[in-house]
Design a protein around this ligand. Structure first.
Ligand code: BDR
Ligand code: CA
Length: 319
């Protein structure tokens, strides 16, 4: 299995990404770090702990990361994920900090320890703002040689979702995204909004999940997550057939990369203030003449994704 670290800002789709990874046979989940994004970093940490417990995930610790972006002011996505990041999630257990939280070191140092103690290069799935990853690369530049893939859910080729120009994760901390994209990492993969936005938790998918999961209590927790998020999403966006599950769709690259299409191109980030702050510029035609720094995914096999997602949720329900 691929050793994987997840850096996240636990809202609804991050929670699903954690379950997808923890129960995928091709992944060994090493740890989870949290970052300010969908909600405060404290809420993200609590949410991660509750998700691990609800899904019966053992042996994975949560480390708390950056409470604010490198330069910008803190910004949250409360209109999508509610004030606590997981609004509408029923039956979440009490957060068991003693079992799941490790406060003995920072998120950056925990990632560094995981990377340097692994016998093989590890992958990182960054499914929130890139603050922790930028800090890691800034403090420990030598880690680049031991990171196999940095998978980013973020950015967009076309439209944004938090401003007309920008996707939420990159908008929250454009300076961090700029540092990461201009680092010497060997393999950076970005799965942008345009691609994750094609993976919708439609009514029929949610019904299939409900019918498949063996534990009705757990099924209600999961479908509650999907339904609430979907109704918030459709109120805001007008998309009626379910919300996009951005983070698990992106994370699937780690174990089914061959089912994604995309291109190795130059990607930059607008850090200047103004209408385009946080926009990703994906240079598909190499207009800039600059060397590629990122593989940008333009599609994935949606049916195979859902099969894996449902397999992981079923394994979680049985645990
Ligand atoms: C991203 O923003 C967050 O709200 C989601 O969790 C996802 O990581 C989508 O733009
Ligand atoms: Ca996220």
């Amino acid at each position: 299995p691929v050793p994987l670290w997840i850096d996240c800002d636990v809202g609804h789709d991050d929670a699903l990404a954690i379950m997808l990874a923890a129960y995928n046979p091709h992944i060994k989940l090493l740890g989870i770090s949290t970052v300010s994004g969908n909600t405060s970093v404290k809420n993200c940490t609590k949410n991660a702990i509750q998700v691990l417990k609800a899904a019966g995930i053992e042996g994975v610790k949560v480390y708390e990361g950056a409470a604010k972006p490198l330069v910008k002011k803190v910004f949250h996505a409360s209109e999508y994920h509610g004030p606590n990041g997981l609004i509408g999630a029923k039956y979440l257990p009490k957060a068991d900090y003693a079992k799941y939280f490790d406060g003995s070191c920072s998120a950056v140092n925990a990632m560094y320890n995981a990377i340097t103690s692994s016998p093989v290069p590890i992958s990182i799935a960054a499914i929130g703002p890139l603050t922790n990853i930028a800090l890691l690369l800034g403090m420990y530049p030598d880690v680049v040689a031991k990171i196999k893939t940095l998978l980013i859910m973020g950015g967009s080729i076309g439209m944004g979702n938090i401003t007309p120009a920008a996707e939420f994760n990159i908008f929250c901390d454009p300076e961090a995204a700029h540092a990461v994209l201009n680092s010497t990492l060997n393999h950076v993969v970005m799965v942008p909004l345009d691609t994750t936005g094609t993976v919708l938790a439609s009514k029929s998918i949610v019904r299939r999940i409900k019918d498949t999961l063996p534990d009705p209590h757990f099924a209600e927790l999961i479908t509650g997550l999907f339904w609430h998020y979907s109704s918030e999403y459709s109120d805001i966006s007008g998309v009626k057939d379910g919300a996009p599950v951005h983070d698990p769709a992106a994370l699937a690259y780690i174990f089914m990369s061959e089912l994604f299409t995309g291109k190795h191109i130059r990607v930059d980030v607008e850090c200047n203030a103004g209408l385009c702050n946080g926009r990703t510029l994906c240079d598909f035609y190499n207009c800039t003449g600059q060397a590629p720094n990122c593989w940008v995914a333009t599609s994935l096999d949606i049916d195979t994704f859902w099969n894996h997602m449902i397999d992981s949720l079923t394994a979680a329900a049985k645990n």
